[in-house]
Design a protein around this ligand. Sequence first.
Ligand SMILES: [Fe+2]
Ligand SMILES: [Fe+2]
Length: 539
Amino acid sequence: MESNDGFATGDLNLDEPVEIAPRVWWVGQMIPEDRFQCHPYLIEQGENSVLIDPGSALIASDIVRKIDRVVGVKNVRWLVCSHADPDIIGALPALVARGLHPEARIVTHWRDQVLIIHSGTPLGYWRIEEHEWRLDLEDRTLRFVFSPYLHFAGAFGTFDESNGTYFSGDLFGGFTDQTSLYAEGLEYFEAIRAFHEHYMPDREILAHTLSRLRELSVHLIAPQHGQILREALIEPMMDRLEKLETGVYLLAREDQGLRFLLLANQALSGLTNILIHESRFSAALGDLDQLARQTLGATGLELWARLGATTVHFAAESGYEGVEEPWPEDVEAAVQGAPVFQGTRLVWALYSLNTQQVTGAAVLHMSNPTTLNSAAREVLNQISGLVEVRLEREILERQVEMERTSWRNRALHDSLTGVLNRASMDGVLAEYVARDETRESPRLVLLMMDLDQFKRVNDEFGHGVGDEVLRFVAEALRRALRPADVVFRYGGEEFLACLDDVTLEVALVVAERLRAAVARGPESLPPVTLSVGIAPRRV
Ligand SMILES: [Fe+2]
Ligand SMILES: [Fe+2]
């Protein structure tokens, strides 16, 4: 018998059992020119010994011989079957024929049991899910790690806590020409890749199991196929395996619709997190854009939302803050129906959950023209549902803010002329004064203005014309002032302007301009003249 101190390499005698960990034996047999060797392992526990993944019928006699060399087949009490494939249960009839422990049991999951019974093996079952996923032995406990769909629905691995050996079943298995028992370097990943790409269903499921394995302190991986991994290789192999496109992903390389579905599904979990946890809409959209780039290979994301009479455009250029912009015609046309690809742009409508009306549209830019199958559309609907909830809230908040602004404006502006009213004067002038105080000397000038004999206009032409005149004057003053200045309707026919950052000389020029602007009234209105008083700020 071979004993392996953990460092032995190619010079092991593989015609004999090999001890790969304390009282753990490899009892397989290398089949010449077979790229898919099957490895059963024996945990020596006297008359309660455990055989992990009994093995292939092709090497059954060798397995029996090797078990007999270590502990005797009659002492094999537990037969752990990590799943129900023929390379695992094929050797059972030979073992039964040889005479197992009288109370020998197949240790497995119910999903495997329903298939294993068809092997006709007359053995009882011990189901891991009914025994808290553990089997207590003489000197150790075995823990079972469920790894469903890798690659069988009821697949699991077995962890020997006493020495950190993980019997991984098909996981970490490989197609290889190498007949040495241990993997010697990272090159072995190519063997793992070849097997996993074709036999493991998908990357998500694989990642789930790998994350569970990372929680254990695994020092040795003993797979059912390929080569054993020593500790130094475990982490790098896991890293590589996590990124591998397996099974359905492999299929998706050819099928754009399926690929989109897989990627979108992946995006969905990330998206849920973003939309639930990111409180600012702009930041949530920014994250969403990143996610779409990373998972879908998208090149950008835009959103349009209806807001009152206008539309708001959320795009990366504006940091997704939302800018008022007309809703493009092609987007509008696209959202009338189901999601459509316009070349490389995927456009779809977003609906209000309350009213079922279209509230906006999403546009996803892809690097290549893509098509959607029905399943991908379903995922898109789920994504949309989440975006719609957030968009509706955003629209509501913006509407409230618009209302608030409009009320504020109404309270601060003169309803007849539209310029600021007297009520707003204190607040606005205080801001001008505060700014002026930062200067070395005051440069603020007030112009007090009064229309001459305005009462006569009202008396002669009526109040309707009087109002027209006041509107014209306010507009003329507003236009004649510089952008930094501000004008108020002080009351009746009195106006007040505040000129910022001017000398008295400039203020005089501005005052003259205002007077002239009013004097140049339209012929449709009675002529009026303006008197201006000038008051520079003093400290
Ligand atoms: Fe298998
Ligand atoms: Fe297998």
